[in-house]
Design a protein around this ligand. Structure first.
Ligand code: TXE
Length: 487
């Protein structure tokens, strides 16, 4: 299998200038070869996107919306097939790809498809005149994706961009080239003009070419803070608009009046879903002293029952992390936790067998790790690990935990568990995070804006808020009288 570009409505033959092997994280067997987009291919993608934009921008919102909703239905009709591709490429359990990844991509297309006809400006009565505004598209937008949610990220970016009348060139992560191509095929099948959604493969160099390209109007990235800073700086030279969805080290605060069972469930969801490779994860779990021991006991018992294994097995609950290099990085963090004095309560080892006794030693598996006896200054409590590693910290008072939770340059997410309704809101309102939950964690309905404070990002994805990031506002003044001239 060769993964090439999708330009102007078709998969290209590609040229094997710069290429690399794409591996299945569950066994490190090759899945195929990725051909990086050449400069000529990037230019061809831009030319084709420009042509598509000229056609697309003249369509009514309802016409655009119909194509997006068709594409959502196509993804849903291919749920099993695309979920399997995603699972083989990313290493996450098929149960997750089926329940979340593909469905969340389809939800975004349906939501923005439904909204497209309603995107409108405003009207202003003026003295002997009136004014109105138009929400106009930006032009060609670039989407740059991370490897943890490949099709979801592609759809979260494409859906609002296309609903607003833009075209998009999407570059998936160099580690997950597969399902963006499926989304591109779905758009074509749904009736999109050729070139409306092009895909170019490649690493950061191709990403940087898109950022620098003078005919690309906007860049939306999901990735690390370090890459976000580079893209922000690159876009600044042409004052391009950016949306940045970056990493985090988010707090999950459990007060002693919380429902213990639910709080433990949320802490596990906040750390072990997709092998812990989720940007919004609540990796600093603050537990109030009175319930600390009972919380820890239940968390340990339930964590040790997580079924690690073949991601394509529907009973598997935790799959393999994205690459050998990433596994080594996570293990380095675990070693750092141990050497800094934290106690590894469970997990953090590379299992040889899965929950059915099958040999999984060739894959990038790691048992879910819980650290206790942590303090805020340890590396494992400050840096984003992006793996199944949870750190528990105890606290006494509300004021103390708010200060400690906010003591980070990140600000993507935060969660609070309490049965005191006033305290829940009071605490959430003081946390410096863009995406928050009370009595749940990591739920991201398309209706709610998603994004970060501080160094976790710029702009918002999903919801009505995304519309303003994919349009520019034109004001029009219309005279009803004579021109009053001093000349
Ligand atoms: O991210 P990168 P990676 C975080 C997490 C993880 C780290 C590394 O901390 O450990 O990122 O993951 C492209 N100009 N998140 O390596 O390197 C790159 O090719 C333009 C958080 O995936 O930031 C890829 O397509 N583009 C995240 C994308 O940027 C560039 C989810 C992200 O790559 C570029 C995944 C450049 N100079 C990882 N350099 C989340 N917030 O969900 C790289 N790229």
């Amino acid at each position: 299998m060769v993964y090439t570009q999708f330009i102007n409505g078709e998969v290209t033959k590609g040229s094997k200038g710069n290429s690399w092997v794409n591996y299945n994280p569950a066994n490190n067997a090759p899945l195929g070869e990725i051909y990086q987009a050449t400069d000529d291919e990037i230019d061809a993608a831009v030319n084709s996107s420009e042509k598509a934009f000229q056609i697309w921008k003249t369509k009514t919102g309802a016409e655009r919306g119909r194509v997006l909703i068709n594409a959502a239905n196509i993804l849903r009709s291919k749920l099993q097939q695309i979920a399997l591709l995603e699972t083989q490429d990313v290493g996450k359990p098929i149960a997750e790809s089926l329940a979340v990844d593909i469905s969340s991509a389809a939800d975004a297309l349906e939501y923005f498809g439904g909204m497209a006809a309603g995107i409108h400006g405003e009207f202003f009565d003026l003295k002997n005149a009136f004014g109105y505004t138009r929400r106009e598209p930006l032009g060609i937008c670039a989407g740059i994706g991370a490897w943890n949610y490949p099709i979801q990220i592609a759809a979260w970016k494409a859906a609002p961009a296309l609903a607003c009348g833009n075209s998009m060139i999407f570059k998936p992560s160099e580690l997950t080239p597969v399902t963006a191509l499926e989304l591109a095929k779905a758009f074509m099948e749904a009736g999109a003009p050729a070139g409306l959604f092009n895909v170019v493969q490649g690493d950061g160099k191709v990403g940087a070419r898109l950022v620098d390209h003078p005919r690309i109007a906007k860049v939306s990235l999901t990735g690390s803070v370090a890459t976000g800073k580079k893209i922000f700086a690159g876009a600044a030279s042409q004052l391009k608009q950016v949306t940045l969805e970056l990493g985090g080290k988010s707090p999950l605060i459990i007060f002693d009046d919380a429902d213990l069972q639910n709080a433990v469930s949320a802490a596990m969801l906040a750390n072990f879903y997709t092998q812990g490779e989720v940007c919004s994860n609540g990796t600093r779990v603050f537990v109030q002293r009175k319930i600390f021991d009972s919380f820890l006991k239940q968390l340990k018992e339930r964590t040790e029952k997580i079924r690690i294994g073949d991601p394509t097995d529907p009973d598997t609950q935790m799959g393999a992390v994205i690459s050998k290099a990433h596994l080594e990085k996570i293990i380095r963090f675990i070693d750092s936790g141990k050497s800094s004095g934290a106690r590894l309560l469970t997990g953090g080892i590379k299992p040889e067998k899965d929950f059915k006794g099958k040999d999984i030693s060739s894959g990038n598996f790691l048992s879910p790790a819980i650290f206790t006896d942590c303090n805020d200054s340890m590396e494992i409590c400050k840096e984003e690990i992006f793996g199944p590693v949870l750190s528990i910290l105890s606290f006494d008072s509300e004021e103390e935990v708010i200060d400690r939770a906010n003591d980070t340059p990140f600000g993507l997410s935060a969660g609070v568990f309490t049965n005191d309704i006033k305290r829940g809101h009071r605490v959430i309102h003081q946390l410096q995070a863009g995406t928050c939950w009370i009595n749940n964690y990591n739920i991201t309905p398309i209706e709610l804006p998603f994004g970060g404070y501080k160094q976790s990002g710029q702009g918002r994805e999903n919801s009505l808020a995304a519309i303003q990031h994919y349009t520019q506002l034109k004001s029009v003044y219309v005279e009803l009288g004579n021109v009053e001239s001093p000349y």
